[in-house]
Design a protein around this ligand. Structure first.
Ligand SMILES: [Zn+2]
Length: 61
């Protein structure tokens, strides 16, 4: 029986993460640095993770 786990590296703290199957665009929280990460791409069970920038809509208008 094989579980289709995927792996990725946190771009912030460079922790190796092993995760249950995710889909592109899904978000997760890094257990080390608690940053919110988004799945940008999945290739051969390797995730490309990107920090989710918190959009501060402070335009002063
Ligand atoms: Zn991290």
């Amino acid at each position: 029986m094989s579980t289709a786990a995927v792996t990725g590296v946190c771009p912030e703290c460079e922790t190796d993460l092993t995760l249950p199957p995710l889909i592109e665009g899904e978000t997760l929280t890094c257990p080390e640095c608690m940053l919110t990460l988004r799945v940008e791409a999945i290739e051969n069970s390797r995730l490309t993770l990107q920090m989710v920038e918190v959009q501060l809509r402070d335009w002063g208008q």
